[in-house]
Design a protein around this ligand. Structure first.
Ligand code: ZN
Length: 202
């Protein structure tokens, strides 16, 4: 999972705590249409600053990104991936990444699981939806059944392996949303009832 927006986002928050609408986690410098340096200002009849091109008038709207992934299960064990890329290189995460244009949330979750872990899975239902407001992201995780034990980590993953609950490296989990999703999974498994976990990180 990339969260490349989050560091810049936190820095922006530090200097603009008084105005969250000004969060610029993905600042735009140049016009996508003509290449001129943009100005951030509130367009007529709008209510927040946008990257506006002073040459051609193009307005660049910035909106949250979806991060989509899975919690793959093999028997009593769950699959985690150790990150080969920043941020949080070397820490453990669930397979997940930015949704691409032209795919559904479910398709993106399966694709990321294939790319990062090389696991073959079947989805078992949407399990967690979390707003990560400071990063401008929404994270979605599906429960998934592994179809076999095959793992073939991609270039973004140092290592992919299965963990029993008592083996989970809780102090080395890369992201808060991943920790919450795992905790919710083990709680649900104990209760025998899998419910959708919704949370806001603000
Ligand atoms: Zn322009």
């Amino acid at each position: 999972m990339h969260e490349h927006a989050s560091t810049a986002g936190r820095q922006a928050m530090g200097t603009r705590l008084h105005c969250r609408a000004m969060l610029q986690s993905r600042p735009i410098k140049h016009c996508r249409r003509c290449g001129t340096a943009v100005d951030y200002r509130v367009p007529p009849e709008d209510n927040r600053a946008r990257a506006v091109c002073p040459a051609c008038g193009e307005i660049h709207y910035e909106n949250p990104l979806n991060v989509v992934g899975t919690l793959p299960v093999w028997g009593e064990q769950v699959l985690l991936c150790r990150r080969a890329i920043e941020p949080r290189r070397g820490l453990w995460t669930l397979p997940a990444g930015f949704m691409e244009l032209g795919e559904t949330v479910a398709e993106g979750a399966v694709r990321e699981t294939t790319e990062e872990a090389g696991a073959r899975i079947a989805l078992d239902g949407l399990f967690a939806v979390m707003n990560v407001v400071p990063a401008g992201q929404v994270h979605f995780f599906y429960r998934a059944r592994m179809l076999d034990e095959t793992l073939d980590p991609g270039p973004e993953t140092l290592e992919a392996r299965l963990f029993r609950e008592d083996e989970i490296p809780w102090e080395q989990i890369a992201f808060r949303t991943v920790r919450q999703t795992l905790q919710h999974y083990f709680d649900c498994r104990r209760s025998g009832q899998y419910t959708l976990h919704c949370a806001d990180i603000t």
